[in-house]
Write a new protein. Structure first.
Length: 404
């Protein structure tokens, strides 16, 4: 349970999901970071049992040469992949890399999400650098206001892992500076002046990459705005770096009673004991967790995988909330499926599992049009007298329409 089973060079995890931080620096692919080569999995040097997410974050893989120590990359592909990460940089925590069952399987659903691909620099006519029109719906620094009663606060461009399908790849490509506290304060001034805004979504990047003290400052500043009733955080930390959900962070988060968290599990293999523990820690803070998956070709684009994912999420009290059609962002065309594939997945889930396990399939309209829910058609015809309906078994029947 507690080991990085697929990596010869990665730290162990303790049975409680805590990282065993070992003194000594990882210098080579052959040497384990704890200086141990005997296969026992125990550090010969002093072991400090702590949730050292900073070390895990720093030790993430950030270039092709480091990555090639774990994953087979041909000499022919290396210069092309280096070109990819000049445009769309990379960061992969060793924890997440360890979830790949076969590191050389290019079709691994975990590998596809984290390892750069040459496909990212192949253009596609329908791709946009800002497909959701966030920049044109930004009335203040680091703020997007698309819907009347809620606003999106982008507090960082950094992530624990740069997902290859990310809809905000423009933040990487354009090297947009990190928002300052002054930028955040200006954004919140806009929220304060627009009293119809009752919910603020704190996102990025991943806001949990910020120092815990800064997270506290942001949440405190948002919660002091009288018209804000709900704060939501968007993070993949429980999925890609569960060590981040540690005691000091939880002490901060539990102070805010109107706090919700949305995360993004995309495949059942991501629901590990460590990820489950991270979710439990957040739930013990009184936080409701929801999941927003992205429909990704070669990752979760069939009903069997999506059903398993959503049932596992329900079992750990994480609500399957949305299933997003992958946005037409530059560098992600190889992840996009037909929209009909998403409808078909929901068709094959409905009636075969609890409604609580079925997310809403949505297309995020280009240029700021907003989310459009899409589902199989169960209403075949309607008249003042009644409706012709279809059930999950494809049986049709007439349903009397009561008079008002």
């Amino acid at each position: 349970m507690g080991k990085y089973k697929n990596l010869s060079a990665a730290s162990a995890l303790g049975m409680n999901g805590e990282q065993k931080k070992c003194v000594g620096k990882f210098e080579s692919a052959e040497e384990e970071p704890d200086g141990n080569n005997d296969g026992s999995g125990e550090c010969k040097s002093e072991i400090i049992l702590e949730e050292d997410w900073h070390a895990s974050y720093r030790n993430s893989l950030k270039n092709i040469d480091d990555l090639s120590r774990f994953v087979s990359i041909s000499e022919e592909d290396k210069p092309l992949l280096k070109q990819v990460i000049k445009t769309f940089h990379t960061r992969i925590p060793l924890y997440y890399l360890s979830l790949i069952k076969d590191l050389n399987d290019i079709d691994s659903p975990i590998r596809r999400q984290c390892i750069p691909s040459i496909e990212e620099i192949k253009g596609e006519i329908h791709e946009k650098i800002d497909p959701l029109g966030e920049e044109k719906t930004s009335p203040a620094p680091c703020l997007v206001h698309r819907y009347p009663d809620r606003a999106l606060l982008l507090v960082t461009g950094r992530c624990f892992m740069y997902c290859r399908h990310c809809t905000r790849k423009r933040l990487w490509r354009s090297r947009i500076p990190e928002p300052t506290l002054k930028d955040i304060d200006l954004a919140l001034s806009y929220v304060r002046q627009n009293r119809q805004i009752r919910e603020v979504i704190v996102s990025g990047g991943d806001p949990l990459t910020l120092p815990t003290e800064k997270i506290d400052y942001i949440l405190s500043s948002v919660s002091e705005i009288k018209n804000v009733e709900v704060i939501r955080i968007g993070t993949r930390a429980p999925v890609v770096l569960p060590q981040r959900i540690e005691g000091n962070l939880c002490k901060v988060l539990e102070k805010y009673e109107n706090l919700w968290i949305n995360t993004q599990f995309n495949h059942p293999d991501e629901i590990t004991p460590q990820a489950i523990l991270a979710c439990k820690k957040l739930q013990r803070c009184g936080i409701v967790l929801s999941n927003q998956s992205v429909l990704l070709k070669g990752v979760n684009d069939n009903a069997k995988i999506m059903l398993e994912l959503c049932q596992k999420l329900q079992a750990i009290r994480v609500r399957p909330y949305y299933l997003y059609q992958c946005d037409p962002v530059v560098g992600a065309h190889h992840f996009r499926t037909s929209i009909l594939r998403g409808i078909d997945i929901l068709e094959n889930m409905r009636g075969h599992t609890s409604g609580m396990c079925i997310p809403t399939f949505v297309v995020d309209g280009i240029d700021g049009k907003g989310k459009i829910p899409i589902s199989p058609n169960y209403l075949l015809s309607a008249s003042p007298e009644g409706l012709t309906l279809r059930n999950y078994k494809n049986e049709t029947f007439f349903y009397y329409n009561p008079k008002e």
